[in-house]
Design a protein around this ligand. Structure first.
Ligand code: ADP
Length: 455
């Protein structure tokens, strides 16, 4: 309470009353004069108060972002405290908005879809991933009923069904593949819909199932044949010649199973072991000599086989894997080239230092449409021919896997009836020359230090 100001106001009132009375006495209406003086001053005060309050209300209603009007006295106090409370509320609100924005940014950053629904299943918010999977527009579809936007019955039933213990697996409404959807309640009656793209997982599961079924089939066939022969041997009294023929066929089937198991083991090793070292050097000439001995034994003189002159090259990596990669190509060439055909192995380093090891044959060739699928496991152009020649259908899958682990690639070029050329491209960082007299530009550029990194 401002006592000075109160006393001043009382003084003004008394003075106005006395002045009114003095004027009233002159006019012969002394009491009325005092009342008129008093009421005039009171009215002026009331008007002034009214004007100040209106300024304050106007500021609050229209322009509270601007500083409060400077008012004297009580209204000044009211304006000051109102502005202070207003600014404090604004700061709290801004902090709450910032927190909320951070939460939403976190949801936005997740690789999964997040969709927030109110109690009546209207869209409150969704991140970009959810919008993409469900084909929503985060702004336009706000407050729309989700069941009007995502109409798949399986989703609607799941959402409205109320049992959300287990996730729902459904086809993505907009893309190829599958989504896993989980609904969680929050804040009493709101729902959070979480979406995860499980296409890759589903695809891997399907591939695993397909692989197991292929392997079972591949093993069951020779086993069935074997058990049939065993029964024949047990039940029939065969002469020696017939007996030897059946034993020969049995050996063929068991060799087929052995090859399959050994190829499966090679594949498992390729998948399960670390990337081949970049500082373990394998002499290419020694490796080619071992492969040459193998292919000559398989060919048994039926093909003209040409191996390159000494290359004096070394490749960095795992010897057994490089052996599998080159060996499978050379043995395939022998298996798919009729008697009298030619098999030629070439090795060279190109100008940018990559080693190219090519296996060319004049065999049956492969028509264009099969080429992209040749490296798939168990893919065969002619299954019966592959089996006849002891193929497992895993050879080229092994080659591709092994060369890719060395940072290289397998290139296939073939023409039906005219032969094939399979080329392994080994990156320059894994190639070096062992020839002290390195002369060709290609070999010079390929000569690298053991410590150089793989690219
Ligand atoms: P397989 O054990 O059946 O030979 P691969 O994975 O090694 O399996 O080869 C896949 C298929 O590619 C073979 O079944 C065959 O049809 C074809 N193929 C591979 N190499 C050659 C080649 N040099 N000439 C013709 N066809 C080939």
């Amino acid at each position: 309470m401002n006592w000075g100001r109160l006393c001043l106001r009382i003084l003004i009132l008394v003075t106005a009353t006395v002045a009114g009375e003095v004027v009233g006495v002159r006019l012969g209406v002394s009491v009325l004069g005092g009342l008129v003086g008093l009421s005039t001053v009171a009215t002026l005060w009331a008007l002034r108060e009214e004007w100040r309050s209106l300024r304050l209300i106007d500021w609050l209603k229209r322009d509270s972002d601007a500083p409060a009007p400077t008012l004297p006295g009580r209204w000044g106090d009211v304006a000051y405290h109102a502005e202070k409370a207003l600014r404090a509320r604004e700061r709290d609100l801004a902090a709450a908005y910032a927190d909320q924005a951070q939460f939403l940014q976190a949801f936005e950053a997740t690789p999964n879809g997040v969709l927030l629904l109110d109690s009546a299943h209207h869209v409150v918010w969704c991140n970009r991933v959810a919008a993409d999977h469900f084909g929503l527009d985060p702004d336009r579809d706000r407050l729309q009923l989700i069941t009007n936007l995502v109409r798949q019955p399986i989703f609607v039933d799941y959402l409205l069904g109320g049992d959300h213990e287990e996730p729902l697996l459904m086809a993505s409404p907009r893309h190829q593949g599958s989504l896993s959807i989980l609904i969680r309640r929050y804040a009493a009656d709101r729902s959070m819909v979480l979406l995860q793209d499980v296409s890759a997982r589903e695809q891997a599961d399907a591939m695993r199932r397909e692989f197991v079924s292929h392997v079972s089939h591949e093993i069951r066939t020779p086993l069935t044949v074997l058990s049939g022969f065993v029964e024949t041997l047990q039940s029939l009294d065969l002469d020696r010649g017939e007996r030897d023929r059946i034993l020969g066929l049995m050996r063929q089937q068991s060799q087929r199973m052995q090859s399959l198991v050994s190829d499966l083991l090679v594949l498992a090793r390729l998948e399960g072991s670390p990337r081949p070292a970049v500082d373990r050097w394998v002499e290419l000439d020694g490796l080619l000599a071992r492969i040459e001995a193998e292919v000559r034994s398989v060919s048994a003189g039926h093909h003209r086989i040409v191996f390159p002159q000494p290359t004096h090259l070394a490749l960095a990596g795992q010897e057994s894997e490089l052996h599998s990669a080159i060996g499978n190509l050379v043995l395939n060439a022998a298996r798919y080239t009729p008697e009298g055909g030619e098999i030629r192995i070439e090795a060279q380093v190109n100008t940018d230092g990559h080693a190219l090891i090519a296996v060319q044959d004049s065999g049956i060739g492969i028509s264009r449409e099969h080429i992209p699928r040749l490296t798939q496991r168990f893919y065969r152009v002619d299954p019966s021919r592959s089996r006849e020649t002891g193929g497992t259908g895993l050879g080229l899958a092994i080659v591709k896997h092994a060369i890719q682990r060395h940072g290289g690639e397998l290139l296939i070029d073939s023409e039906l009836g005219r032969g094939s050329r399979f080329t392994l491209r080994v990156p320059s960082a894994r190639v070096k020359s062992l020839d002290p007299r390195v002369g060709t530009p290609g070999l010079q550029s390929s000569a690298r230090s053991v410590d150089e990194p793989v690219h």
